[in-house]
Design a protein around this ligand. Structure first.
Ligand SMILES: [Fe+2]
Length: 312
């Protein structure tokens, strides 16, 4: 049965992109500037042409939804490892049998608690080499709600004035895992879902790390804003108070509705995004229902900027 949300998703026009023409993948655009869906592949059986086409699509479009997948944890890890070395993350307790997989879980009896990742962020942006690809598979979904929102950091950069771009290009900003969950909880929640166990006092997360405010997105060569209200603490060389006006402006600019995309989850969806070029959040609007997703993380890269223009 196709529900209303599914019908809306299926009514999206399938425009053929350059990647689709090259690789013969059936790719439908989801957003104006980024995001596509693919519904004719099985990621457990990728031939070399399909795999290269899929990788090109991820590089070009930054958010890719692959429909109708149902992967075991081992299959999800095997697929994820095709995108880059699997990353075992600090700070979050993984599945006992699969240390490379995080269960993103909120139980049906958890009311008014925060969903993991419920404010805008790039995954683990405070690491020295933050993850590139996050891969999220729907395991159990609420009947409605629990969507994931994305915002496009490349278009966010490109729609700033030339003067602002010049001002931002040489700046660095500080990121820290220690501030997760201590601010910017927008939904009135007063606790965190018990399904995601976060280690506090983890030295791998509890420090400030400087990254370029503007980074290069390697696959496209575009410039992307690399700040987020979950982990960014301040502009390097400035106090928190001094940094706040500029950072608040950037957060509002980069998450303007015109730059966002909404993933309405369907059973079987496998979602891949590039943390170098997008931020995301989980909408916490499904109290009374269980939501479980499995996340893997692949590849990592030390952000590099137009100022340095090198990877080191
Ligand atoms: Fe996340």
């Amino acid at each position: 049965m196709v529900d209303a949300i599914g019908a809306i998703g299926e009514s999206i026009a399938h425009e053929r992109s350059p990647t689709a023409r090259m690789s013969a993948l059936a790719i439908g655009k989801l957003g104006t500037s980024f995001g596509v869906e693919i519904d004719d592949i099985d990621v457990r059986r990728l031939n070399p042409d399909t795999e290269s086409g899929l990788k090109a699509a991820i590089g070009e479009h930054r958010v890719v939804v692959i429909r109708n997948q149902s992967l075991t944890p081992t299959e999800q890890k095997t697929f994820s490892a095709r995108l880059g070395p699997l990353v075992t993350l600090p700070y979050i307790k993984p599945l006992d049998a699969h240390p490379e997989i995080i269960a993103v879980l909120k139980e049906a009896d958890e009311f008014k608690v925060s969903t993991f990742g419920s404010w805008w962020h790039a995954d683990f942006s405070y690491l020295e080499a933050p993850p590139i690809y996050s891969i999220l598979q729907a395991i159990e979904l609420p009947p409605r709600g629990g969507d994931t929102l994305f915002a496009d950091l490349c278009t966010a950069h490109d729609t700033l004035s030339a003067g602002m771009q010049r001002l931002l290009a040489p700046l660095q900003v500080m990121h820290s895992g220690a501030v997760y969950g201590t601010r910017a909880v927008a939904d009135g929640a007063y606790g965190r879902a018990r399904g995601v166990v976060i280690a506090r006092g983890d030295p791998a997360a509890d420090f400030e790390r400087a990254h370029p405010l503007v980074r290069i997105h390697g696959p496209t060569g575009q410039r992307a804003l690399f700040v987020n209200p979950t982990y960014t603490t301040r502009i390097a060389g400035m106090t928190v108070d001094e940094s706040r006006p500029m950072l608040e402006f950037l957060y509002a600019h980069m998450t303007a509705p015109a730059l966002t995309l909404r993933q309405r989850w369907r059973h079987g969806d496998l979602l891949i995004w590039d943390n170098r070029a997008v931020v995301h959040l989980a909408v916490n609007d499904y109290d009374g229902h269980r939501r479980l997703l499995h996340r893997t993380t692949a590849g990592s890269e030390r952000p590099y900027s137009p100022a340095t223009s090198t990877i080191d």
